[in-house]
Unconditional design. Sequence first.
Length: 133
Amino acid sequence: KVIGIICTLVGILFLINGIFKITNKKNTEGIILIVLAVIIILFGWLFVKVAIYLIAIFMIIYGILDMINRTKIKIIFHNVFKKILYYGNPILNIIIGLLLMFNQNEFVSILFIIVGVLFLVNGITSLIEEENK
């Protein structure tokens, strides 16, 4: 749902920009923007789904290749925690890729929430830092 709303908003922005271009005597640019707006509004979710599948496939492949490379390199770890961190990154890439592949809607929603919370935390810490200067 979130992606559909974002696609609709982007399409509306393109539509408004296209109308302004036509009113400013830039008909070709305006028509192109309006056509793009209609395509984004009607089919934007399809492009996003394809992009998410492609990202998922690349993340799975990258995780597998990274794991293969890390197992070829024989590193002696003195600490179990460091070993978990070393092998955790490719495993995390594979898990995220699989979640994107098979559970897109919920994963993308959770991802948007996490990114939003991180932006809020970043903004609050920036405000606090500015107050302390």
